[in-house]
Ligand binder design. Structure first.
Ligand code: 5GP
Ligand code: ZN
Length: 113
C-alpha cells in the first residue's frame, strides 16, 4: 500500500489522532499552517474531490459535520475557522487521498494565495 494516508488509516504510520469513527479519522497536520491544523480523511481511499461519487455525498457531508464538532470541542467554533479541500495541481494538493483541512486559532487571510 503506497498511499500515505491509507497507511495512517491502517496504523502503519503514527499520527496524532483527534477523532476516529467507522468512516473517517482526523489527526494533526505534521506541518501546521495555523495554531490548530487538523486533517480529516475518509478511511476509504478517494484520490481527489474530482473522484467523489454521488453515493459518497453522505460521507463528505459527514466529514464537514465532524470538522465543526472538532472546532467546537477545541473551542474556536465561535471565533471561526477555515475548511479547505485542495484539488489537483492548481489547488495545491500534495497527498492524493481526499482530506479536509481544518484551520483555526488565528484570523485567516482572503483571498488565499
Ligand atoms: P495537501 O497539500 O495535499 O492539501 O495537504 C497535505 C497535508 O498533509 C499537508 O498540510 C502536509 O503537511 C500534511 N502531511 C504530509 N505528510 C504527513 C504525515 O506524514 N503526517 C501528517 N500528520 N501530515 C502530513
Ligand atoms: Zn489512500
Amino acid at each position: 500500500m503506497s498511499c500515505l494516508f491509507c497507511r495512517i488509516v491502517a496504523e502503519e504510520i503514527p499520527a496524532d489522532l483527534v477523532y476516529s469513527d467507522e468512516q473517517v479519522i482526523a489527526f494533526r497536520d505534521i506541518n501546521p499552517q495555523a495554531p490548530t491544523h487538523i486533517l480529516l480523511i475518509p478511511r476509504e481511499h478517494i484520490p481527489t474531490v474530482n473522484d467523489i461519487t454521488d453515493e459518497q455525498s453522505p460521507l463528505v457531508g459527514h466529514m464537514v459535520v465532524v470538522a465543526k464538532k472538532i472546532a467546537k470541542k477545541l473551542g474556536f467554533d465561535d471565533q471561526g475557522y477555515r475548511l479547505v479541500f485542495n484539488c489537483n495541481e492548481h489547488g495545491g494538493q500534495e497527498v492524493y487521498h481526499l482530506h479536509l483541512h481544518l484551520l483555526g486559532g488565528r484570523p485567516m487571510q482572503w483571498p488565499p494565495g
